[in-house]
Design a protein around this ligand. Structure first.
Ligand code: PLP
Length: 392
């Protein structure tokens, strides 16, 4: 399918039809599989082929369809589907690293990613150095000859700083380090992370891939060697695999991913442009705006600016809360990538536990509101946000 466009691959890649010839992918809601004979069971445990399954924690036909479809979409050799985005982040890092290894990570991370790097890996003897992910000089200074891996979110949450995938990959590869990218905000639609140098790409499928708020899921993408020899043994024995029902939800999500993400991105662009220089806002942060500090990198790396923007209300928390409470269409919640517009106040919710100095360093002010833009009609969203700003 590599000759076909991403949008076509997202609809068809990986399909495994049963003998009934169903149009919609079957949910193989089974934990186990029966063998024709004792000899067949023995042979399968010795070595199982691509369509031979043993136990759903190891693999399942519906899960395999999802893995093949997202791998085809991302241009990766292989993929392992996980129970959540965090199972993917922790599984990729724990399977790759061992005591004594050194990792360099961007500092601006999703809270749970920070926990894995700062608390879990260090507990097992991995040394972690944090850098400002937007500064190539800091990466260059921190990556050593003995560095095993670098880790970063290609677009950080909630201040939407963009990390140069090709730039960091060149520095890491020159010293033999693997590049592990949490690519949620870039989405499989706009990202080409593997072509740009990433060795391992991770998605929380909970976000745009489901995109309709139904299920938690994640995926680790990489070379066949890495996925089958390093990730799979770790995941299948530690229990973070995706359930067949979730894989079915995610497969159906992939079919419409391209349509949704394009519509969401067009809406986000329109909102960012409408809000630009609004008198009640200190900042409008959107990677697609010409005045985003890394606009040239954004254009080179992903083209459009994605589905999320953040606005910083001049009058702080009170104004931000008045704004949120006056919104009619968007919902106040903390997911992102959904068909519904979702508004978040990071300082009091997702990033509440960060100490003030770290909030300051990351630019998470009291007035900051993150807007994950949905697929509603653009005019309705712009009018709603403008009216809510008046009320703020
Ligand atoms: C949501 C998110 C995760 C975690 O995903 P879950 O599916 O909630 O476990 C990891 N990284 C980033 C950047 C995220 O936005």
């Amino acid at each position: 399918m590599t000759d076909l466009n991403k949008r076509t691959r997202a609809v068809h890649a990986g399909t495994r039809r049963s003998q009934y010839g169903e149009v919609s992918e079957a949910i193989f809601l089974t934990q186990g599989f029966v063998y024709d004979s004792a000899e067949q069971a023995e042979a399968r445990f010795l070595k199982s082929g691509p369509d031979e399954f043993i136990y759903a924690r190891y693999g399942n036909p519906t899960v395999a369809m999802f893995e093949e479809r997202i791998a085809a979409l991302e241009g990766a050799e292989d993929a392992f589907a996980t129970a959540s985005g965090m199972a993917a982040v922790s599984g990729a890092l724990m399977s790759l690293l061992r005591a004594g290894d050194h990792v360099v990570s961007a500092r601006a991370l999703f809270g749970s990613c920070l926990y894995v790097l700062e608390e879990v890996l260090t507990r097992y003897g991995v040394e972690v150095t944090f850098v400002d992910g937007t500064d190539l000089a800091q990466w260059e200074a921190a990556i050593r000859q003995d560095t095993t891996a670098v880790f970063f979110e290609s677009i950080s949450n909630p201040t939407l700083q963009v990390v140069d995938i090709a730039g960091v990959s060149a520095l890491a590869h020159a010293r033999g380090a693997q590049v592990v990218v949490d690519n949620v905000f870039a989405t499989p639609v706009w990202s080409d992370a593997i072509a740009q140098g990433a060795d391992v790409v991770i998605y929380s499928a909970t976000k745009h891939i489901d995109g309709q708020g139904r299920a938690l899921g994640g995926v680790i993408l990489g070379t066949q060697e890495f996925i089958r020899k390093t990730v799979e043994p770790y995941m299948k024995h530690t229990g973070g695999s995706m359930s067949p029902f979730t894989a079915w939800v995610m497969l159906k999500g992939l079919e419409t991913l391209d349509l949704r993400v394009r519509a969401q991105t067009a809406n986000a662009t329109a909102i960012a442009e409408a809000l630009h220089k609004h008198e009640k806002l200190a900042r409008v942060i959107y990677p697609g705006l010409v005045d985003h500090p890394q606009h040239a990198l954004v254009q080179r790396q992903m083209g459009p600016g994605g589905t999320v923007l953040s606005v910083d209300l001049k009058d702080g928390k009170e104004a931000a809360f008045r704004f949120l409470n006056a919104i009619r269409i968007g919902v106040i919640s903390n997911n992102l990538g959904d068909a519904k517009t979702i508004m978040t106040h990071p300082a009091t919710t997702t990033h509440q536990r960060l100490p003030q100095d770290q909030k300051d360093a990351l630019g998470i002010t009291h007035g900051l509101v993150r807007i994950s833009v949905g697929i509603e009609h653009q005019d309705d969203l712009v009018a709603d946000i403008m009216a809510a700003l008046d009320a703020a």
